[in-house]
Write a protein that binds this ligand. Structure first.
Ligand code: BGC
Length: 837
């Protein structure tokens, strides 16, 4: 049950602002620490806590001991095209937030898939602004109706990572309005998001924390009454404090405001009412999330079972079945598999035994457990089916962090690692035991109480146990000085660095590595001592806070040829081969863009060779964003699973065995090749969005180019016929035009069909994309059942931004309405006369 917090009246809030001195007010406008705003008893405000999102709620610590439900990443959520499901998931996230003491989630990320090279593509919903806006609004409603704040981010045009702190995006006003601002507008207006995050980048010459778009468009035009928070360290100036711009600088405690802001107000350079408005917005947010004494805190709750079931179903609902053909002529389509006919299944590929459930960067959470494809299939098929596994090569050339199950206590008992913290004098500050090999601190404390800034050196002791005989690569990753002894001998003593312009998140997600080969027998243990000395914090440049990260690495020094051969041999002996290929959080991450869309290392070769050994090959693609699939037409079945969250393997088994239908439709065009895709590298600090309105499907359709899989594509397990399509005027509130589609489930199983409605405007007097998504809806039906799907097209779908007139306008004349389902498409003409104001 949810106990809704109640908005305090505006008058009450204003009185609380008035009760504070200028200094007390200004103190609230910069974070108290990395994740929170300080309590202010005079205003009845308790400490207010923010945390990342969007694939879960990490909480204040970056630590495996503080786990969080790991929901599917946003591309997977958008692929469901299912707002009620996403709204429910928002409720689950709200419960997680409350459990972890979090008031405001720093999610959803609603930047667009301008190009699949974008490092955070997996963290954004779609290339389409309408789909992004609707799925994003559902996410926000789910969170906020349970009393937890949502932060729509990053406002605006933060669609790639290269030079992200400074890049100046050059984008035409109409393009900004119709594409990049559109999801923000939809979510602010319809879902009334409580927080918007101002991005790092500049747009057309002005950095976003100082940009007039905040005042003129977000606050004045759209009526946003919430809080504008800076992206972390994006609040860099006093200018950002001007009336109507940035409200809160994060993180703190230092920052550009503080005394300088007090002085600016005292000197009359900034009116005090500008500060009051920021504090009012902060208190309004606090009231909404239950952080003011007069407001009631929300108490949503989900049981573990409910949450696991929801995550499992949602993952399956986002899987896109891109291809499903018979393995041999005359047979039925390969999927779903019939479990009764299976005796031996090969589950191969680098992402088969290690579940890749999320991408990298601030979206990282620590799931309590993950279910790999191998585990999921083994559990579902039971003991009578032999499920074989071989990795078949790697999905990354980097040496992985040690798996926790290989780590044993340094003194011969227990598991994990012992971690000691030392200050600059070499004094031991404290120690702790960890069940991890990846360590990150973003401000905060090491152990329970040691401020991370005081730690000058870390020493890690553990014993690595080999699970099989072979040579292992053992070492460390991190920026700074690394010393490592293996079995008592010093094997590494080096300094590792990144280029001066490297992103701090790159330091966490893809730090430089150093390893040495260590031959071990099966079951043999070797003692490790790793000393890590980070560079001094003053060297960080953009922040004075400690952002520290290092890893202990242990990976088999594998022979790819032998691994490939082993996987191919297993596949050849099986009734069916499931190949799980994909990327990792070191490939798809915040902090850097992708340089190539190919599957890393030799995964394409693996797929082709497995297919040659066994025609009954299903390929599951475990990547948060498109990767090139040059063999796509050579295999009978391709299932795109995204980064599907902690229940990956269970959901995969459900879909492959036909317990669940793969419910997804593509939220992004899946390219055939890299040619023609927009790049992410700024020139002279500027990134020109010179493709204008033509991103994603809009470009392919203009150029008459066929991608591998179209936007909106996705198959199910049943078949449909579209019986009729009708247009009628809407009642204004609901939509300008209603499209009613009558569908018939002509197959043999229950299924869900998504109806996508596109508009086009032949003979337009203005530049147009060939067609654009105007609305969508879905329905479920039993075999032979007929259902009606009603899709409301809002007036905005017919409007374009008239840059000269600085307004939205509808071009008179006839639009065309195309209704697309998995069974085909229908085209109808529609005169603007049908539109009602
Ligand atoms: C990211 C934000 C995130 C923030 C806090 C930034 O680097 O861009 O999305 O919310 O860090 O972790």
């Amino acid at each position: 049950m949810t106990d809704q917090p109640q908005d305090l009246s505006e008058n009450q809030l204003r009185k609380r602002v008035e009760a504070l001195s200028l200094r007390q007010k200004v103190r609230l406008l910069t974070g108290e620490d990395f994740w929170s705003v300080a309590a202010e008893p005079l205003a009845g405000l308790r400490r207010l806590v923010f945390s990342d999102g969007p694939a879960g709620v990490r909480g204040e610590a970056w630590d495996e001991r503080n786990p969080s439900a790991n929901v599917p990443s946003p591309t997977a959520l958008a692929a469901t095209w299912d707002e009620s499901r996403i709204e429910r998931l928002g409720g689950l996230l709200a419960a997680e937030a409350r459990r972890k003491g979090v008031d405001v989630l720093l999610a959803p990320t609603i930047n667009l898939h301008r190009t699949p090279y974008g490092g955070r593509h997996f963290e954004c919903f779609s290339e389409d602004p309408v789909l992004t806006g609707r799925i994003g609004a559902a996410y926000v409603r789910g969170l906020q109706s349970a009393g937890v704040g949502a932060t729509v981010k990053h406002f605006v045009a933060n669609d790639s990572e290269t030079e992200r702190f400074t890049v100046d995006v050059q984008v035409a006003e109409r393009v900004l309005r119709e594409l990049y601002l559109a999801p923000f507008e939809a979510i602010v207006r319809e879902a009334r998001a409580w927080v918007v995050m101002a991005a790092y980048n500049a747009v057309n010459g002005t950095t976003m924390t100082e940009h007039p778009l905040l005042r003129e468009v977000l606050k004045d035009e759209w009526g946003f009454d919430g809080l504008v928070v800076s992206d972390w360290y994006a609040g860099r100036s006093l200018a950002a404090a001007s009336d109507g711009l940035l409200d809160l600088v994060m993180p703190g405690p230092s920052g550009p405001w503080g005394d300088a802001l007090v002085a600016a107000v005292a000197a009359g350079h900034l009116p005090e009412h500008a500060v009051d408005d920021k504090v009012l917005r902060l208190l309004r947010l606090a009231g909404r999330v239950g952080a003011l004494d007069g407001a009631r805190p929300a108490t949503p709750s989900w049981t573990t079972e409910q949450s696991r079931a929801e995550l499992r179903e949602t993952a399956a609902a986002g899987f896109v079945l891109a291809r499903n053909e018979p393995a041999e002529a005359g047979e039925a389509r390969l999927l779903p598999l019939s479990p009764g006919r299976l005796r031996r299944v090969a589950v191969v590929g680098p992402n088969a035994a290690v579940a890749r459930t999320l991408g990298g960067g601030s979206a990282t959470v620590f799931p309590p457990f993950t279910v790999s494809p191998l585990d999921g299939l083994r559990a579902a098929l039971g003991p009578d089916v032999c499920v074989d596994h071989a990795r078949g090569g790697r999905s990354s050339r980097r040496v992985p962090a040690a798996r926790p199950e290989m780590l044993y206590g340094p003194n011969g008992h227990g598991t994990g690692v012992e971690l000691c913290f030392f200050d600059t004098e070499g004094t031991l500050l404290g120690s702790e035991t960890r069940e991890s090999a990846t360590f990150t601190w973003l401000g905060g404390t090491a152990g329970a109480t040691i401020p991370i800034e005081q730690v000058a050196a870390f020493e890690l002791r553990t014993r690595v146990r080999a699970d099989s005989a072979g040579t292992y690569l053992i070492g460390a990753a991190g920026v700074g000085r690394i010393t490592m002894t293996v079995g008592g001998s010093v094997r590494i003593d080096t300094h590792l660095g990144l280029t001066a312009d490297a992103d701090p998140v790159e330091r966490m997600m893809r730090p430089p590595q150093e390893t040495v080969p260590v031959p071990l027998d099966a079951g043999e243990q070797v003692g490790i001592m790793l000393r890590y000395e980070p560079p001094s914090f003053a060297g960080e440049g953009f922040t004075d806070a400690a952002i520290l990260s290092f890893q202990l690495l242990v990976g088999a020094d594998g022979d790819d040829d032998a691994e490939l051969a082993e996987a191919v041999a297993l596949a050849g002996e099986a009734d069916v081969a499931v190949v799980v290929v994909g990327t990792t959080d070191e490939v798809e991450s915040e902090g850097f863009d992708r340089a190539s869309l190919s599957l890393p290392v030799r995964q394409d070769e693996l797929v082709r060779r497995v297919r040659a050994a066994n025609p009954r090959t299903v390929v599951a693609v475990n990547a948060g964003a498109p990767v090139l699939l040059p063999w796509a037409d050579e295999v009978p079945a391709v299932l795109l699973t995204w980064f599907p969250g902690q229940e990956f393997g269970n959901a995969l088994a459900d879909v492959l065995l036909g317990i669940s239908e793969p419910g997804g439709r593509l939220p992004v065009t899946w390219p055939q090749a890299e040619r023609g895709l927009p790049g992410t590298t700024p020139v002279g600090g500027k990134l020109d969005y010179n493709e204008g309105l033509f991103i994603g499907y809009r470009r392919y359709e203009r150029d008459g180019e066929e991608p591998l899989y179209r936007f909106g594509h996705g198959l199910g397990y049943t078949t449909w016929e579209c019986h009729s399509v009708e247009l009628s005027p809407g009642d204004g509130d609901d939509g300008a035009v209603i499209v009613t589609v009558r569908l018939h489930n002509t197959g043999t199983r229950r299924g869900r069909e998504v109806v996508q409605v596109f508009l086009s405007r032949p003979d337009s007097a203005i530049e147009r994309v060939p067609r654009w998504l105007a609305g969508f809806g879905s329905a479920e039906a039993e075999p032979d059942q007929q259902v009606e799907v009603r899709v409301a097209l809002p007036r905005r779908a017919f409007e374009h931004w008239d840059a000269a007139g600085r307004r939205w306008a509808v071009e008179a004349g006839e639009f065309q309405v195309a209704v697309q389902t998995s069974s085909g498409s229908a085209l109808l003409g529609l005169d603007t006369g049908l539109l009602r104001d």
